[in-house]
Design a protein. Structure first.
Length: 402
C-alpha cells in the first residue's frame, strides 16, 4: 500500500501535515475528512515533484449539469433510483462519466445511499454535491435537491463561459501579435541586416536595437520556449503547495482590472454555493467548510475557515466576514440583514444574482478597455520595427536626392 504525504487544516483552522498509508488519494481524503481535517495537497511519497499529467476522458461541468437536470426529471416522474442511474449511464456519451455512473448504480444496488455511492468518485462529485444529495435523501426531497444542483451547476457553467468568452479575444490577439513579431525578427529583419551590411551605411539607434533583438532571437530562440514551459510548470508546482497557492491567489486578487473581476467571481461563487447549501438543509458550519473547500481560491478558503471558527465560538457571521477584508461591505451588510431576519439563504441567492450580473458587466468593461490598449501596443511594436528598418533607407534616399 503506497504512502502519501498530506497537508491540510483541522476544525480549528490550524495547519496539519504528515504521512499516511492509503489505497489511493480518494481513500486518504475520506479518512481525513472523517477526522474533521480539510485536506490540502496530497502526494504519493517519492513523487512529490512529479510533473503534472494531461489525462483524457475527464467529465466536464456541462456533462454534470445535464446529468443533474435529467436525473431530477426522472426522480420527479417516479422512476426508481437504480433505474434512473441505469438509463443515464446507458445514454451517456462520455465514457469516463458512463463508468462513474455505472459504479454509482452498482454501489446503490448493494444497499448504499446515493450520497455515499457518489463519495467514491470525489473527482466527479465534490463535497457540495454529496452533502446536498445526503440532505435530500434524509429529508425525502431528492428531486428538489437535484433541481437545485442542476440550477447551481448551470449558472456556474454560464459564469465560466462568460469569463472565457471575454478573454478569448485579447489572448488570441496577443498570441497572434507575438507570432508576427517573432516572424519579423527571425526572417524579415535579417534580410534588411544583410542589405545594410552590404551598403555599409551608418545605422540609427532604433535600427541597431531591432538588429540586436533579431540577432538574439536567431541565436537564443529556444530560451523563449524553455521560459514559457518553465513558467507554466513552475506555476503548477507552486499552486500544489498550500502557502504557494495562497500567495499566488492573493497576487491575482491585487492585479489591476483583472483582480477586481476575480474578486467578484469569488464572491458570487461563495454566496451561490453557501445559499444553495443552506436552502437544501445543510448546517451553516458544514456549509462554510464545503464552500471553503470548493471556492477555488486559497485566500477565500482561509477567510471562510476563520469565519467558521468564529461562529463555533458563538459570534455572528457578519463580524468575522467584515474582519477578513475579503468581502465588500455591501455583501457583509446584506448577509447581516439576512441573518437578523432569518432569511440568510434567500439573501445569499440575491447577492449571487447581483454579482453574476456584475461579472457580466465587468467582463464587458474589461474587454472595452483592453481592446484599444492592445491595439495601441501592437501598433507601436510592429510599426516601430517596420519604421526602424526603413529609417536607413529614408536617410540614403534623402542623401542621394540632396
Amino acid at each position: 500500500m503506497p504512502v502519501f504525504t498530506f497537508s491540510g487544516k483541522d476544525a480549528n483552522g490550524q495547519k496539519v501535515s504528515g504521512e499516511r498509508m492509503a489505497a489511493n488519494k480518494q481513500s486518504l481524503q475520506q479518512a481525513l475528512r472523517r477526522e474533521r481535517i480539510t485536506p490540502g495537497a496530497i502526494r504519493e511519497k517519492g513523487k512529490e515533484f512529479s510533473l503534472p499529467t494531461f489525462g483524457s476522458g475527464k467529465v466536464s461541468v456541462k456533462d454534470i449539469a445535464v446529468f443533474f437536470r435529467q436525473f431530477s426529471v426522472m426522480i420527479d416522474a417516479g422512476l426508481p433510483l437504480v433505474q434512473c442511474l441505469e438509463i443515464l449511464a446507458a445514454n451517456q456519451e462520455n465514457q469516463a462519466f458512463q463508468k462513474t455512473l455505472t459504479g454509482v448504480r452498482t454501489t446503490v444496488e448493494g444497499g448504499a445511499t446515493l450520497a455515499n455511492a457518489m463519495r467514491q468518485y470525489p473527482v466527479v462529485f465534490d463535497d457540495l454535491t454529496t452533502n446536498m444529495i445526503e440532505a435530500g435523501e434524509t429529508g425525502g426531497i431528492l428531486d428538489i435537491i437535484l433541481q437545485r444542483l442542476a440550477t447551481y451547476v448551470e449558472k456556474a457553467v454560464r459564469l465560466r463561459a462568460a469569463v472565457k468568452s471575454a478573454l478569448i479575444y485579447p489572448v488570441a490577439v496577443v498570441s497572434i501579435a507575438m507570432l508576427i513579431v517573432g516572424a519579423l525578427l527571425k526572417w524579415v529583419v535579417p534580410i534588411f541586416a544583410n542589405l545594410f551590411a552590404g551598403l555599409g551605411v551608418n545605422l540609427p539607434l532604433p535600427t541597431r536595437i531591432v538588429m540586436g533583438l533579431s540577432a538574439f532571437v536567431q541565436s537564443f530562440w529556444w530560451i523563449f520556449l524553455v521560459g514559457g514551459f518553465g513558467l507554466f510548470f513552475g506555476i503548477k508546482q507552486i499552486r500544489k503547495h498550500p502557502r504557494g497557492k495562497y500567495y499566488f491567489d492573493k497576487g491575482l486578487l491585487h492585479l489591476p482590472i483583472l483582480g477586481s473581476l476575480l474578486r467578484k467571481i469569488a464572491v458570487g461563487r461563495f454566496t451561490r454555493t453557501l445559499g444553495t447549501l443552506i436552502t437544501s438543509g445543510v448546517p451553516i458550519l458544514e456549509g462554510l467548510s464545503i464552500t471553503a473547500r470548493t471556492s477555488g481560491n486559497a485566500v477565500l478558503e482561509e477567510a471562510l475557515m476563520k469565519v467558521r471558527k468564529a461562529i463555533e465560538e458563538g459570534r455572528t457571521i457578519v463580524d468575522p466576514l467584515r474582519e477578513s477584508g475579503v468581502f465588500p461591505n455591501m455583501v457583509t451588510q446584506m448577509i447581516g440583514v439576512g441573518e437578523a431576519t432569518g432569511a440568510m439563504d434567500s439573501m445569499l441567492q440575491k447577492i449571487a444574482d447581483f454579482y453574476e450580473e456584475e461579472v457580466d458587466a465587468a467582463t464587458k468593461d474589461m474587454l472595452a478597455m483592453l481592446e484599444p490598449a492592445i491595439i495601441g501596443i501592437l501598433g507601436l511594436t510592429i510599426g516601430g520595427i517596420v519604421i526602424s528598418l526603413y529609417m536607413p533607407l529614408f536617410a540614403m534616399i534623402a542623401k542621394l536626392s540632396g
